[in-house]
Write a protein that binds this ligand. Sequence first.
Ligand code: F6P
Length: 382
Amino acid sequence: MKKKIAILTGGGDAPGLNAVIYSIVRGCHNLLPEYDVIGYRFGYRGLYEGDYIPLTLESTSGILHKGGSMLFSSNRDNLFNYSVMENGAFVHKGDVSDVAVKKMKEAGVHTLIVLGGDGTLTSARDFSNKAEDEDGYKVNVIGVPKTIDNDLNATDATFGFDTAVGIATENLGRLHTTAESHHRVLVAQIMGRSAGWITLHAGIAGSADVILIPEIPYNFASIVKKINERNARGKKFSIIAVSEGAIEQGGTQIEKEKVEGRPDSTNLGGIAEYIVGQLKDKIENEVRDCVFGHIQRGGDTSAADRLLSARYGVRVVELIKEGKFGNMVCLNNGSMEYVALNDVIPKDLEKGGIARGGDKLVDPNGELVRVARSLGISFGDE
Ligand code: F6P
């Protein structure tokens, strides 16, 4: 039996997952023909269940441009603290990581490539740190940084971000024409969890008048001032781009719901609606909200993300060839490098099973915020 290189995709999907899979399969075909490539389905759940499919040139043909993951994904299967749905209820199984290792050993897995964000990479780190079993088997692990939120510290860019920014920017443009026609204020809710990267980039590129991000708490007096200034100039419409995790001064993030069985159990949401409710009686314009939601993760992958994913995929194959395991590929000042998974997700900064210490947030005094302010965009904090 040929040894296997296995791929899994975990957490929320991001455009570029298929492009990385495509590139790893082709990279292995050309650089590591002594291995077969397989893909575990539904993230870590596939490891636990031994549910994998062969990944060949044929089966991955035509996926380069497509968003989503041909391997499917799950953001609730932490095998180091596993809860599984049985007969309509969650049953807590605890640490089942040894079951997964046994399944990989039986399948002949030499290297596990994990495409994911902070939650998924936390488990990648922990699989990589597991000791050899009694037969000396140990799975080699390599991570690839995925998330539309772009909030991983250890890399300059995660794949999926550029596509999400492009979609959010285009949608802000669409809101402009209808807002202008009705003299409305339109509040666009943009993804990103506790990081304001997508909103900041799309807000500048899509000409938002107000950008609200978690890193810069806002107040309503400031937002109203900006809208009234525009009204007085004859621009009787305004676009507010708000991150789902934005925070009112003295307030907290607005949560939509708690989700059982997930390492990150909070779904953010509801802030655009909240802002509409608060602004309604404070301004002359009609005000409505528009939640961009999962549209930001769907459809085709941008050219920049396809290129980044291809570079990540090929670098992974090179790392396997060089025997450099326990690492995550990363972009560092324009070049493809790698960083230890233990540094990507530092153990001592971990909270609730996910390493938050690795979060990369917008610098409120950084260049892009200064650019936006100089363009006249308000952050709702003046
Ligand atoms: O982390 C990526 C992301 O799209 C966040 O921007 C968003 O808060 C979250 O995932 C949504 O998760 P779900 O798809 O599970 O609703």
